[in-house]
Design a binder for this molecule. Sequence first.
Ligand code: FAD
Ligand code: NAG
Ligand code: NAG
Ligand code: NAG
Ligand code: NAG
Ligand code: NAG
Ligand code: NAG
Ligand code: NAG
Ligand code: NAG
Ligand code: NAG
Ligand code: NAG
Ligand code: NAG
Ligand code: NAG
Length: 558
Amino acid sequence: MISVLLLTLIPLEYVGTAATSKFASLNATLGDRLGRTHPISEPCYDDSTSDACKYVQENYVNSTFRRDVYGAMMYPVWETCFATDQGCVLNYQDPTDPTPWTTQKCEIGSLSSAYLAVESAADVQAAFAFANSTGTLLSIKNTGHDFVGRSVLKNSLALWTHKLNNISYNAVFVPEGGQADVNYTAITLGAGAQWFDVYKFADEHNVTVVGGYHPTVGASGGYLMGAGYSVLTPTLGLGVDRVLQFKIVTPDGVYRTANEYQNADLFWALRGGGGGTFGVVLESTILATPQLTLQVVSVSFNRTEETARNFLKLVIDNGVEWSNAGWGGHIYQNSFISVNPLLTHEEALESMQNASDYVLALNGSVVIEELPSFFAFFEKYVPTAEAVVGVHPVLGTRLISTSIFSNESAKAQLLEAFSAMIPFATVDPQINAVTPFLYKHMENATSVLPAWRDALWQVVFAAEVSWNATEAEKQEVFSLVNEITQPLRDVSPDSGAYMNEAFIYEPDFDTAFWGDNYPRLLALKHKYDPNGLLDCWHCVGWQGAQDERYSCYPDFAS
Ligand SMILES: Cc1cc2nc3c(=O)[nH]c(=O)nc-3n(C[C@H](O)[C@H](O)[C@H](O)COP(=O)(O)OP(=O)(O)OC[C@H]3O[C@@H](n4cnc5c(N)ncnc54)[C@H](O)[C@@H]3O)c2cc1C
Ligand SMILES: *[C@@H]1O[C@H](CO)[C@@H](O)[C@H](O)[C@H]1NC(C)=O
Ligand SMILES: *[C@@H]1O[C@H](CO)[C@@H](O)[C@H](O)[C@H]1NC(C)=O
Ligand SMILES: *[C@@H]1O[C@H](CO)[C@@H](O)[C@H](O)[C@H]1NC(C)=O
Ligand SMILES: *[C@@H]1O[C@H](CO)[C@@H](O)[C@H](O)[C@H]1NC(C)=O
Ligand SMILES: *[C@@H]1O[C@H](CO)[C@@H](O)[C@H](O)[C@H]1NC(C)=O
Ligand SMILES: *[C@@H]1O[C@H](CO)[C@@H](O)[C@H](O)[C@H]1NC(C)=O
Ligand SMILES: *[C@@H]1O[C@H](CO)[C@@H](O)[C@H](O)[C@H]1NC(C)=O
Ligand SMILES: *[C@@H]1O[C@H](CO)[C@@H](O)[C@H](O)[C@H]1NC(C)=O
Ligand SMILES: *[C@@H]1O[C@H](CO)[C@@H](O)[C@H](O)[C@H]1NC(C)=O
Ligand SMILES: *[C@@H]1O[C@H](CO)[C@@H](O)[C@H](O)[C@H]1NC(C)=O
Ligand SMILES: *[C@@H]1O[C@H](CO)[C@@H](O)[C@H](O)[C@H]1NC(C)=O
Ligand SMILES: *[C@@H]1O[C@H](CO)[C@@H](O)[C@H](O)[C@H]1NC(C)=O
């Protein structure tokens, strides 16, 4: 064992030099714009008394801080080589805990040693040509929100889209190649734009867009290509339903416009086939809808196991009726927030009567109010309810088919599946009423998992691995997540799982994430990426866990 003192004296640059020299020619081609990665917590390993370290500690779970740094993922477990524990993280439960930097050295982990902040199509073309001729692996990072580590890849050159954050408004948008009389009101987003900025911009133009429930989730990356749900999805559709055009460099080096008129097969693939697979998107254009008045309901109460279970039963019993009324929202075991663009205030009060009666009887809180816009809702409710970053979650998810709600024994089975989560403090069942329940989609226009169309809910939950989990502890968490997910798979066997919020080891991921669309997606992957320059974990065309790219994913045998 080398002494701890010696380890802390080795600067990171030494670790990085060999790895980065292979990028020298590309760096020259790109005008010295290749960045050298510094893990976000490196200052604490360098000098834990420094102001820089203090800033990292204070902002460790701050997504705005993390999004602006290549060397940070939203979930730092992905900054590390998860299988070997090499990395440079802090103890997320107490970022001032000196254990990390006194017992470990700061290592690059799964992060790329070199990254390019992409500015143009030519940048991406240069990177593909370099990868093609040198065998260098590539990875694509936007915000780093991916829950299964798809935005990092050990030893790769990283293409970071963060700088492409332009947003523009088109009162009359005609997809390129189309006719002027088929036009839309739309917003065009650089690939790095994030939802808070997009919502604010849309509001300034008096329109509504459909996007994610977190200010820093990317608007054009993994979210948009993987499905993209919103509390407005029940009435306005998924992100993939509303995208009108992509601009993308495919791995064959061609800069393409993909819409219903040009590269229509690629357009189909990008509407659900997932990020990181068919090329690097530089820009997307999404449909804008007139400003909406929303009814908002927010309820919460202090739970016991019994009141939580009864609340979940009430939610199961009322779920179909609420979705028929136009509600979309996020439901937990002792609270929910939902929005509705279809009802008047009086209708909303009436529609939510069963929930308010239950919660008020427990002395809980019930707010039902009308707000003038989606942005007003987002600003008021989301920052206080958004998911935490900086932690090390392991998710499980399932879409729950609407058909089971007319079957009493299946409903009872679902309640048991939810109830099994209640005793675990961190395994809160999150019932997302965010499927396109009332939305009339265009058949075959998207490659998204078809089960979204027949589902009432998407259910997701997270367990956590500690920052320094042992191999046995990791396996325990994986087993727990799998065991809690299995009853959800059993109760809704013909649906599937949302690829963006899935268990790392979801069985038969291709069918679970894409259903019958998988074979055509795979054919298009081979068409646009003939040399296999892009690959990511459980993505279309995935090379498999044995591929050396995935040496940082722990094995899980179950
Ligand atoms: C706090 C939080 C809240 C969330 N809320 C929602 C929600 O409300 N609705 C919802 O549907 N999902 C939600 N998600 C899931 C989210 O959609 C995924 O995490 C998604 O992968 C994030 O995409 P990104 O581009 O921001 O992240 P990244 O991790 O940067 O990228 C995700 C994937 O897309 C690829 N990618 C990114 N940009 C590009 C590009 N320009 N071209 C090609 N590939 C690209 C990456 O390689 C990676 O495979 C949430 C996630 C978090 C962490
Ligand atoms: C690229 O060149 C610049 C200028 O010399 C240098 O600062 C940077 O570290 C280089 N990038 C890599 C990945 O080596
Ligand atoms: C989060 O980080 C950003 C950028 O570093 C900073 O401006 C902001 O004040 C931080 N937020 C909080 C709540 O500390
Ligand atoms: C990749 O290399 C092949 C030959 O091995 C070549 O035909 C192709 O054009 C190259 N693609 C890119 C993007 O450079
Ligand atoms: C950026 O957005 C502005 C409007 O917000 C628009 O005028 C401009 O053309 C856009 N630039 C690019 C490069 O797309
Ligand atoms: C947009 O489409 C509508 C409906 O087809 C048409 O009346 C209008 O003229 C079009 N606008 C433009 C600028 O072409
Ligand atoms: C905003 O849009 C709404 C709905 O289309 C409309 O009623 C309202 O007049 C618009 N407001 C402004 C300031 O343009
Ligand atoms: C309230 O619940 C009852 C019984 O579960 C159900 O019959 C009724 O339709 C519900 N009311 C509303 C408004 O959802
Ligand atoms: C609610 O509050 C009232 C008055 O404070 C009290 O009598 C009652 O027991 C409380 N009920 C519950 C379920 O806590
Ligand atoms: C819930 O618990 C908190 C903290 O104990 C308390 O302040 C609050 O009044 C409780 N609310 C209800 C409805 O009992
Ligand atoms: C109802 O659900 C149970 C599973 O809980 C299943 O065995 C049964 O076949 C279902 N009945 C119908 C009519 O679908
Ligand atoms: C959608 O695709 C299926 C399977 O290829 C086909 O049977 C069906 O006719 C298509 N529907 C439309 C509206 O194109
Ligand atoms: C993980 O770190 C904590 C302190 O942060 C320590 O108490 C615990 O023993 C460590 N666990 C292992 C397995 O090293």
